[in-house]
Design a protein. Structure first.
Length: 607
């Protein structure tokens, strides 16, 4: 009986254990499901949702996140709290930062000051450099999602410094002047790139930093014990030198790299340091240069931007007597040796330049092309007519973009409503290694035959030309020869030229370089004429020639100008053939319909 009772008790206890275990597993499974649901809810959380959950003191209003960020927004709110803490403690440690950074900045910037030293000076160095007692403050943070394998952060910084900076200036005539740089006010955005991400503390192998945007940089120059204005042009020359040194040393896309963890990604070498304007200190950079090679963190060219400055129209006249003498300054990076200047067209408000420039692109996603038009005043300072810019990320690689840009007074301040004219550009962005059958028409070997390519190549099949200046010279020597066939189909909505509200239009076609000319027949009493006439032009230099079409009204006692259209040949050379409509310039209305065809006969000429 006791045996049976023991079995019964054992069975009940075992059953209870089994039931308890099943209930426990069900509870754990339910808990896991609830946790997974909670995590999924966090993953769907938007920035607005996280702002509702977190108190304002933890999530300041000045923190900015991408709209695509969800769960990361909650984590990054802690970063905002950290930055508040950072601003508080930066003031405490600033005296030590000042002492350590002042000497580093001084030795880093001095070579660049010498590089961009104005001609009127024989020497430009620091005699004293301290950052002062006022620490900068971080006023904003944002995370950039660029699809890379790292983390890109941008910090907005404001600094009203009381720095003590004295420049030892010596002029060509032997006059030594101590020039003080004072009242520095700076607002800008610094970009930090934490890359690559690794599974070791602190989680990234290196950090890169750069001045992503310079919103404001004001400072004053004063000669100690004198007035700097007594030497004409000295203040402007020194100011431009300082700005050029900043642009060349730290402004994006230039970046400085600090290795954190050892590995293949820690590839910093002396060549990079020299390029970025950082000098060697205590042999440290020499050792790094010997140990490591370049990495994907470094600044390097990613493509070529081909720019054709075609023309401008309706420019504001800056002269009291006569007309302006316009010229253009074109650049991607505003450094003296990277800016291109066009020729001056005298006494003309509708100039035609037809000049080609080439620029190295380091970051097509953020860089832009700037065009500034000036009135040449001879010995006096040129007067700005207007400026315009194009973002490179708006260009489709390998495709020519023909644009008319309205000129404004200032690219930063967009409140300018005055019409200052327009500038006409032809743009072609060619990334390195671009495939899909695209051929850059400005490339050195575009018009070379197979036999010529063999002669130009080395025994191992590589190009014999490896010098940048030589390649540039070869680009200038590219000659694209062929026959341009132009069919003038029709015109539409031409402005009336007669008293009866009609016109007798015809078109004059001119190749600019050769001045070869043809003209259509006259269509009487018509504002929508149809010609359907074809003309062939033998073109000796297609990449640098242009077609000018002028519409005239025929009259018994003369002729009246009705408008014009100016076309480069780049598009027809690339596409071979196309049909399109073009608006008439310098006309109240009207457009002309054309069919263009290119029959190439390429040759390559050495100078």
């Amino acid at each position: 009986m006791g045996f049976v009772f023991g079995i019964l008790i054992g069975f009940v206890v075992g059953l209870a254990i089994i039931v308890g275990f099943v209930r426990s597993e069900n509870a754990r499974s339910k808990l896991r499901n609830e946790l997974a649901t909670t995590i999924a809810a966090f993953a769907r959380m938007t920035v607005a949702d996280s702002r509702k959950i977190l108190p304002p003191d933890v999530y300041p209003s000045w923190v900015v996140f991408s709209n695509r960020q969800k769960l990361s927004s909650l984590c990054l709110s802690l970063l905002a709290h950290t930055l508040t803490w950072l601003n508080q403690h930066l003031n405490k440690i600033w005296p030590y930062v000042n002492e350590a950074a002042s000497e580093l900045i001084k030795t880093s910037v001095e070579p660049l000051l010498e590089q961009y030293r104005p001609f009127v000076l024989s020497s430009l160095k620091f005699s004293k450099f301290t950052l002062g007692t006022v620490a900068p403050q971080f006023t904003g943070v944002s995370i950039i999602e660029d699809g890379s394998s790292g983390v890109t952060m941008e910090l907005e910084m404001q600094w009203d410094a009381n720095s003590s900076i004295i420049l030892a200036v010596k002029t060509k005539v032997g006059v030594a002047l101590p020039v003080q740089v004072k009242d520095i006010a700076f607002t800008g955005v610094f970009r930090l790139i934490f890359k690559p991400l690794v599974d070791e503390f602190p989680g990234f192998g290196a950090v890169s930093y750069s001045l992503r945007e310079k919103k404001k940089l004001d400072f004053k120059l004063k000669v100690i014990g004198g007035d700097i204005s007594t030497i004409p042009g000295l203040s402007d020359a020194i100011e431009e030198t300082i700005l050029d040194a900043i642009e060349d040393s730290i402004t994006w896309p230039v970046r400085k790299i600090i290795p954190i963890l050892p590995g293949d990604y820690r590839k910093v070498c002396e060549s990079l340091i020299v390029i970025c304007g950082v000098v060697k200190i205590g042999g440290l950079f020499e050792q790094l240069g010997a140990m490591f090679s370049f990495s994907d963190l470094e600044l390097k060219p990613v493509g070529i931007l081909e720019v054709k400055l075609v023309q401008a129209k309706d420019l504001t006249n800056k002269d009291v007597i006569g007309k302006s003498d316009p010229y253009a300054v074109v650049y991607v990076r505003p450094l003296p040796d990277k800016m291109k200047r066009s020729k001056t067209i005298n006494n003309e408000l509708n100039p035609i330049w037809n000049e080609h420039f080439e620029f190295i692109v380091e970051d097509a996603s953020t860089q832009h092309l700037v065009v500034r038009l000036f009135d040449d005043e001879g010995l006096q300072a040129s007067e700005l007519i207007g400026c315009a810019q194009v973002r490179l990320n708006e260009l489709q690689p390998g495709k020519v973009k023909d644009v008319w840009l309205k000129l404004v007074k200032d690219l930063e301040v967009q409140r300018d409503t005055k019409y200052r004219g327009q500038v006409h550009l032809e743009l072609l962005y060619c990334p390195f290694g671009m495939e899909n059958g695209f051929t850059n028409p400005f490339a050195p070997n575009f018009s070379m035959t197979s036999l010529e390519k063999v002669f130009e190549s080395g025994a191992n099949g590589t190009e014999a030309i490896d010098n940048e200046k030589a390649v540039t010279q070869k680009r200038r020597e590219v000659i694209v020869r062929g026959v341009l066939s132009v069919t003038v189909i029709s015109a539409e909505d031409l402005p009336p030229a007669d008293l009866m509200g009609k016109a007798d239009p015809y078109v004059v076609l001119t190749m600019k370089k050769s001045e070869n000319r043809n003209k259509t027949r006259v269509v009487n009493d018509c504002l929508n004429p149809v010609w359907n006439q074809t003309f062939d032009f033998v073109v000796e230099d297609g990449l640098h020639d242009m077609l000018i079409l002028e519409v005239w009204d025929h009259d018994t006692f003369g002729k009246d100008y009705m408008g014009r259209c100016i076309l480069t040949l780049t598009r027809v050379i690339l596409e071979g053939e196309f049909k399109d409509s073009f608006e008439l310039d310098r006309a109240k209305s009207g457009k002309i319909n054309l069919h263009l065809k290119w029959m190439p006969q390429p040759i390559y000429r050495d100078s």
